[in-house]
Design a protein around this ligand. Sequence first.
Ligand SMILES: Nc1nc2c(ncn2[C@@H]2O[C@H](COP(=O)(O)OP(=O)(O)OP(=O)(O)O)[C@@H](O)[C@H]2O)c(=O)[nH]1
Ligand SMILES: [Mg+2]
Length: 367
Amino acid sequence: MKHPTPAIGERALLVQAVIGYQSKTEAGDSLVELERLADTAGAIVLGSLTQRRERPDAAFFIGEGKLAEIQLACREAKANLVIFDNDLSPIQVNNLDLAIGVKVIDRQELILQIFARRARTAEAQIQVELAQLQYLASRIPVSAKQQRFQGGIGMRGPGESPFQLRKAPMLARITILKQKLREIQKRRQRTRTHRPWPMVCLVGYTNAGKSTLLNALTDAQAYVDDRLFATLDTKSRIVFLPDRRQVMLTDTVGFIRHLPHGLVASFRSTLDEIRDAKLLLIVAEASHPCVREHLKVVDATLAEIGAGTVSRLLLLNKADREETKMAMADLVRDYPEAMPISALQREGLAALKERMARMIPAAGLSS
Ligand SMILES: Nc1nc2c(ncn2[C@@H]2O[C@H](COP(=O)(O)OP(=O)(O)OP(=O)(O)O)[C@@H](O)[C@H]2O)c(=O)[nH]1
Ligand SMILES: [Mg+2]
């Protein structure tokens, strides 16, 4: 399977514009995250530039002075890629490309590239290709002038401007991919309806420890890595609850700020499992200084995929870490229902299973 975007392996400079009110910690964390994303994608990060602005510049997102600074920094560091932490419009990408003279991408495109490189199963690969094509198709500019000329007398007819001609094969491919995905999903749906066990899903921000917890609770040997988006091809395993009943525990793709909407939509089939689950185990990295913000992103993403009403249990993971010990008292006060655990040290898991048994209605369980 071919992906339209190449692997990076490039020398990258990071740029972040802090717009309006955004706290220093949050902006800082977003930039650290971008650096980790760039590293995961295989780029060498040379440095970063930030700017605080009231609102984005329509043409370049950043101001003139900062643009000159970026040009200079790129020349000095021999960068051949600039990655923006902010979501850019197609016009801004074009303008920046031309002005700086190196390739410019934004956070969403970077995430798409990572997904493209990491997807292993046929389903995940189709999902990623679909998301990439949708992203690219949405970036083909249709100027007011072209729209005016479309379909005029003597023209080739509506929808045939040069830009639209570029778009047509993409749209055709999108249709084919959607069809393929539907077939895989139908098959998946059939096996799912025949499954006697209720579903429990592990969800949470990327790197929170979901796969580690799956491994700790079952004999799954899910891939664990201190990297963002370690899991794209998810696993499911049976867990025995203390009353000897069984549930099917499924790992899921991690969430992150500005997860491209196309990606969320394409991964819908995997995410459908979340919506149909009897219980969601929300795994949080309690040692992270921005854990509260991460939980907000998780909440918002769950709402976006229609899983806002599924019952959930919050797990404050990585309780073994020194950093967590300081923060735990505050977190437990703010989230009184949450359970501290350590997936790595396998602490708190017996209590977790007890709680799961209590939270899943007995009628929905098989023995
Ligand atoms: N100290 C400590 N580290 C943990 C714990 N749980 C997970 N980790 C580490 O956190 C990192 C990420 O763990 P994963 O299980 O891959 O996280 P994930 O949520 O599956 O991440 P993605 O698949 O990337 O979304 C790994 O380096 C784990 O070893 C824990 O309880 N304590
Ligand atoms: Mg994982």
